[in-house]
Design a protein around this ligand. Structure first.
Ligand SMILES: NC(=O)c1ccc[n+]([C@@H]2O[C@H](COP(=O)([O-])OP(=O)(O)OC[C@H]3O[C@@H](n4cnc5c(N)ncnc54)[C@H](OP(=O)(O)O)[C@@H]3O)[C@@H](O)[C@H]2O)c1
Length: 244
């Protein structure tokens, strides 16, 4: 098995912080060039780009609100303009709220479903013809343990991540014969801004590190062998094993 992924090109959403940033840096260490697509905080993306370049890889930072389909189209086109190909797409950007159904507004519902579901769907559609030209074509969807279980006060987030699972399964079947590998990563609590904002009561507990999620993805991308891994579930140490 060829484990070398040097000079491959990965499009990663939400690479300005948290899991996306850890993913971008871990792949850059392997020599993968990065299209850091989307992010309303352009400064964050510039900082990540500088770190990637320090590691010896190249990065195109394409900031913008991913909920605008133009950001997706322009980002893919800009990435192709610079690197000429796409080997890996990592649908990572996502948001969550911790709120009971009677308090959830239509705007909050639309924002979560849009970023967590509509964006991966249409970004994948945009990238697909280019991905299929690669001999290592891979889509990685960052879901959550909430994609398996209905945690209280997380109904919209749970719906969005369950939906992402459905999309992942259909996409994997639809394009399996064309050489596309599609993986679902379902972590529990990861130490990022998201969990600090949505689950402040977990402060002080041992959490999964963003770099540990990134390591799992790097393993998948490097080990494209006969043993096909559909999904990786990761839980934090305080959780009961095999709960999902
Ligand atoms: N942290 C956890 O415990 C945990 C557990 C399981 C799964 N996950 C999943 O992991 C993924 C990454 O989350 P994280 O924990 O790393 O959170 P994070 O640090 O808050 O990162 C989310 C990223 O998404 C970007 N983003 C948000 N809204 C956007 C928009 N409208 N347009 C463009 N970019 C947008 C943010 O950039 P800007 O703010 O600059 O726009 C940010 O870089 C999410 O899909 C999340 O559901 C997280």
């Amino acid at each position: 098995m060829d484990q070398n992924i040097q000079s491959r090109v990965a499009v990663i959403t939400g690479a300005g912080s948290g899991i996306g940033k850890a993913l971008a840096l871990a792949l850059a260490k392997e020599g993968v060039n990065i299209v850091a697509l989307g992010g309303r905080n352009a400064r964050n993306l510039d900082l990540v780009k500088a770190e990637i370049e320090n590691l010896g890889a190249e990065c195109l930072a394409a900031p913008g609100d991913l909920r605008d389909l133009k950001t997706l189209q322009n980002g893919i086109n800009a990435g192709l303009g610079v690197f000429g190909k796409i080997d890996f797409l990592i649908n990572n950007a996502g948001i969550a709220i911790n709120s009971p159904i009677e308090k959830v507004t239509a705007q909050e519902y639309d924002d979560i479903m849009n970023l967590n579901l509509r964006v991966p769907y249409f970004l994948t559609k945009e990238a697909l013809p280019h991905l299929l030209k690669s001999d290592r074509a891979t889509v990685v969807n960052i879901s959550s343990v909430v994609g398996h279980r209905g945690y209280r006060d997380q109904s919209v987030y749970a719906m969005s991540k369950h939906g992402l699972s459905g999309f992942t399964k259909s996409l994997a079947s639809e394009y399996y014969d064309k050489g596309l590998r599609v993986h679902l990563i379902s972590p529990g609590g990861v130490l990022t801004e998201m969990i600090k904002l949505t689950r402040p009561e977990l402060a002080g507990q041992q959490m999964i590190l963003p770099e540990e999620v990134a390591n799992a993805v790097v393993f998948l991308l490097k080990n494209r062998g006969n043993a096909v891994i559909d999904e990786i579930i990761l839980h934090r140490p305080g959780k009961e094993p095999f709960l999902v």
